[in-house]
Design a protein around this ligand. Structure first.
Ligand SMILES: Cc1cc2nc3c(=O)[nH]c(=O)nc-3n(C[C@H](O)[C@H](O)[C@H](O)COP(=O)(O)OP(=O)(O)OC[C@H]3O[C@@H](n4cnc5c(N)ncnc54)[C@H](O)[C@@H]3O)c2cc1C
Length: 276
């Protein structure tokens, strides 16, 4: 659903990306092929129900690739990889999409009858104001550059502060129980030779059961995984060195001609973020 909405509303910020699951034998290839055909079918079914314009369904159906085709697409591939199953997914530029949403929200009449929004950055929510009945009727915000506080009257407040949502809920009602657990995602950038510029790889069965993507991204290879519990809710999470070891060790399974240390020495940049 999410993919359908993004593609049909902002096709200029998205592109189909071919992703391949490397497989050692034909049985695994058939197994993943069947699963991906179901995934593709659900997506196609949803597309015809949610696509609001005449944009054509953009994705080709999954395909089984032989060893020759795999070796042509990827350098250094493990000789045990005899097959691959390719499918198409959507890749979009999240920063531009976010900015696009924000700027569109400022337009008067973009939604007929509605005025554009006022938007503020470098502004922190500090507290709620309430009426005599204890109902929220405003928010106290602070300009993070001048440190000046000001109040905005509200009819409705939407708490979309990610991992900090519980903190905001507690300001309203200190007795509420926390709902959020922070998940950590670590991504590394490797030279473009570790991926094909039109094809990514997905490793569906890592040693701890998580999935790793190796995707073409701005002429480089973006390697990442998510879904690891992080103990604190902070804006500046530190990258756990073990996360880099984990990624390199898993990559080494598909690129055995490169040692783990060699892979680590190729890392151009890395970062960690938190989400819930
Ligand atoms: C490395 C990594 C890779 C990921 N990859 C993918 C992916 O491939 N696909 C995918 O679908 N998802 C991915 N995710 C998950 C995705 O990023 C999150 O699910 C998504 O960003 C959540 O959006 P959100 O708006 O709810 O929260 P957030 O994006 O966390 O936004 C919350 C905002 O609230 C602001 N805020 C917090 N407290 C205050 C306050 N007191 N005052 C004012 N503002 C405040 C924060 O500054 C922040 O801007 C990834 C996450 C990470 C970390």
């Amino acid at each position: 659903m999410e993919r359908n909405f993004v593609i049909s509303n902002a096709d200029y910020l998205t592109r189909p990306t071919c992703i391949i699951l490397p497989c050692t034998n034909i049985f695994w290839a058939m197994f993943y092929y069947a699963g991906l055909m179901i995934y593709h079918g659900i997506f196609k079914y949803g597309w015809h129900r949610t696509c609001t314009n005449d944009y054509q369904f953009p994705f080709r159906r999954p395909k089984i690739l032989n060893k020759k085709a795999m070796n042509k697409k990827f350098k250094f591939l493990n000789p045990d990889i005899n097959y691959g199953v390719s499918y198409q997914d959507g890749q979009f530029d999240d920063v531009r999409l976010c900015l696009d949403n924000i700027l569109t929200a400022t337009l008067d009449e973009y939604i007929p009858g509605m005025k554009g929004a006022n938007i503020l950055n470098y502004t922190a929510f500090k507290n709620f104001t309430k009426n005599g009945l204890g109902k929220i009727n405003g928010v106290i915000l602070q300009d993070q550059i001048t440190k000046k506080e000001f109040t905005v009257k509200t009819r409705c407040v939407v708490n979309c502060t990610g991992i900090h949502s519980d903190q905001i809920r507690k300001i309203d009602d200190p007795s509420v129980e926390p709902r959020m657990i922070a998940s950590e995602g670590t991504h590394v950038i490797l030279p473009g030779e570790y991926v094909n510029k039109n094809h990514g790889l997905i490793l569906p069965a890592t040693e701890d059961g998580r999935v790793i993507f190796v995707l073409p991204y701005q002429d480089k290879a973006l390697v990442g995984t998510t879904d690891n519990i992080y103990p604190e809710k902070t804006n500046n999470p530190k990258t756990d060195p073990n996360a880099l070891v984990f990624l390199c060790r898993e990559l080494q399974k598909i690129y055995p001609l490169r040692t783990e240390d060699e892979l680590r020495s190729k890392i151009i940049s890395y970062w960690t973020g938190l989400f819930f």
